[in-house]
Design a protein around this ligand. Structure first.
Ligand code: NDP
Ligand code: X2W
Length: 343
């Protein structure tokens, strides 16, 4: 059994990792941390885990975590960078769900996250954990930076055409909607039922911290800088991300559908829907799948790309587990099989 640690086991992504790992044949949760719930059994706080998880929360401790083969950090930004150097030195492989190692440029990180980066020597080594782009590097990584939820949907939606050099690389618009679990489990006024329900609002229009992450990665696909307008919205659903992306193809007559089908052929977690379909967040609820559909706008010059993921699965814990499987030689779909929970 591969010994796994989870730092931040009481958060939405930490608990989702526990749910997914319950179906994993080759991993055992050896260390599970929470500073606030230390001493309590996980299945006492989260009864859905009764019969599946015998782990007990403990405070994060390097010596305990160093006994694991892999440690997932399901923690706020700034936590993993404090512990990662010591754990990597001890031979532990790390999958970080936070943004600590996603941005390659330390100054860009510090500007957007408003904190000093204390482990910047690991920034270049960290592998960005999007398996559909580079599963080989993930498989060999000591440190994987699991992508953000919005960036996952936007990248999978745009990667095929950017790789082909088929898009105008300015003026791309990504209009994205997220469920409330995207904001984490910590008590915040904006996440209260009465604040979030029966309403929809944009936020971060002037600049959201996922913008530099998305632009960094799109530039890797395109081989040139890509300029994007990214507008996130909070929607009254618990899980899900929906991205509506407007692009200008260089050749509007290109057969986009077949390019996507070809690019994602054999990908277990990307579903290119038949032409004319519309992905729904409920069709990916609880699943690691990103569903994509392509539509030509009536002007015939604009292509509209739709993508739906579950922010807690393909947008976070599922993708992190997919990376773990690649790193430890398990089938990539281990613990991630099965259809979504819809309706
Ligand atoms: N929610 C989502 O949809 C997504 C989240 N992410 C990222 O994943 C990470 C986790 O997100 P999420 O699960 O929503 O967060 P939550 O706020 O729900 O949970 C955070 C967890 O981290 C623990 N924690 C907080 N501060 C520290 C600390 N200083 N040291 C150790 N543990 C700490 C908390 O437990 P305790 O305080 O008891 O120790 C808690 O278990 C974040 O970086 C987030 O940005 C990425 C993609 C999607
Ligand atoms: C709805 C909501 O608040 N979503 C979060 C992003 C989700 C997320 O967790 O992204 P990271 O992994 O980069 O932290 C936000 O906009 O800040």
């Amino acid at each position: 059994m591969t010994k796994v640690g989870i730092v931040g086991g009481t958060g939405y992504t930490g608990v989702e990792l526990l749910r997914l790992l319950a179906h994993h044949q080759g991993a055992h949760v050896e260390v599970l941390t929470s500073r606030q719930e230390s001493g309590k059994r996980a299945d006492q706080l989260f009864p859905q885990l009764r019969g599946y998880c015998d782990a007990v929360f403990e405070s994060p401790d390097i010596e305990r975590l160093a006994k694991c083969d892999a440690v997932f950090f399901a923690t706020p930004h700034g936590t993993c960078m404090q512990m990662a150097p010591q754990l990597i030195e001890r031979g532990v492989r790390i999958i970080d769900l936070s943004a600590d190692f996603r941005l390659k440029d330390r100054d860009v990180f510090q500007r957007w996250y408003k904190m000093p980066h204390t482990a910047f020597d690991l920034l270049q080594e960290a592998v960005y954990g999007l398996p559909e782009f580079d599963r080989f590097s993930i498989a060999h990584a000591r440190l994987v930076a699991s992508p953000g939820c919005y960036p996952t949907a936007v990248q999978l939606a745009l990667m095929p055409l950017l790789e082909l050099g088929a898009l105008e690389t300015t003026g791309i618009i990504a209009d994205c909607k997220s469920g409330v679990t995207g904001a984490g489990r910590e008590a915040k006024i904006g996440s209260l039922y009465c604040e979030a329900t029966d309403s929809l609002k944009a936020y971060g229009v002037a600049g959201h911290r996922h913008l530099p992450e998305i632009e960094q990665q799109l530039a890797v696909f395109a081989g040139e800088s890509v300029q994007l307008t990214f507008v996130p919205h909070l929607t009254p659903m618990s899980r899900g991300i929906h991205a509506t992306i407007y692009v200008r193809p260089k050749d509007p007559d290109m057969d986009f559908q077949s390019k996507y089908e070809l690019r994602y052929r054999g990908e277990p977690f990307v579903d290119v829907m038949p032409a004319g379909e519309h992905p729904e967040t409920r069709s990916v609820r609880g699943s690691n799948v990103c569903r994509i559909a392509l539509h030509r706008a009536p002007d015939r010059k604009t292509l509209v790309i739709l993508a739906a993921i579950d922010n807690l699965v393909k947008g976070a814990s599922g993708q992190a587990l997919q990376c773990f499987n690649l790193m430890f030689g398990f089938p990539e779909t281990q613990g991630l099989d099965g259809p979504a929970l819809a309706p």
